[in-house]
Ligand binder design. Structure first.
Ligand code: GTP
Ligand code: MG
Length: 151
């Protein structure tokens, strides 16, 4: 099983989309391992999105991410990182397929609803930035034998 860091951005929280989006991950068969509603500091936002620090949109991105609370999560499943990126859709919601989270709920790149890790190394780094080890909960899902042929 693989863990991904997923974060509903301030627009998702403000627009009361948290329940609907979380339901998509639950219904898919993924497992929630950690969840936290939090307002993130400018320093954490800059560190999280450090790879974009030289981009022209960096300041707007940081302002957006710190503009209100976010819902930070660790979500686990088989090949969860690429699976969740597929569920999230393209960065620009105009280009995201309908049926994806950004395709269904967003219109502009600067208000694109949700973040998800793009690779195992970024998932590990991002989980470490947002969660302590004791906030990640280990528990069994009784329906896993109906989601996975082999565990
Ligand atoms: P994340 O999951 O949030 O990392 O998005 P991504 O991996 O699909 O895209 P990327 O890492 O390239 O960009 C990070 C975030 O920066 C995007 O999700 C947008 O919120 C924001 N962003 C990217 N490009 C632009 C842009 O051209 N304009 C603005 N305003 N924001 C942008
Ligand atoms: Mg990214």
């Amino acid at each position: 099983m693989e863990k991904s860091f997923v974060m509903m951005k301030p627009d998702a929280v403000a627009r009361r989309l948290m329940g609907k989006i979380l339901t998509r991950f639950e219904e898919k068969g993924l497992q929630l391992k950690a969840i936290k509603l939090m307002t993130i500091s400018e320093d954490l936002a800059k560190e999280h999105y450090g790879e974009h620090s030289e981009k022209p949109f960096f300041n707007d991105l940081v302002d957006y991410i710190i503009s209100g609370p976010v819902l930070a999560m660790v979500i686990e499943g088989d090949d969860a990182i690429s699976l969740i990126r597929k569920m999230v859709g393209a960065t620009n919601p105009q280009e995201a397929e309908l049926g994806t989270i950004r395709g269904d709920y967003g219109i502009q790149t600067g208000r694109n609803i949700i973040h998800a890790s793009d690779a195992p190394e970024s998932a590990e780094r991002e989980i470490g930035l947002f969660f302590n080890e004791d906030e990640i909960v280990d528990y069994d899902m009784v329906d896993n034998t109906w989601i996975y042929e082999e565990l």
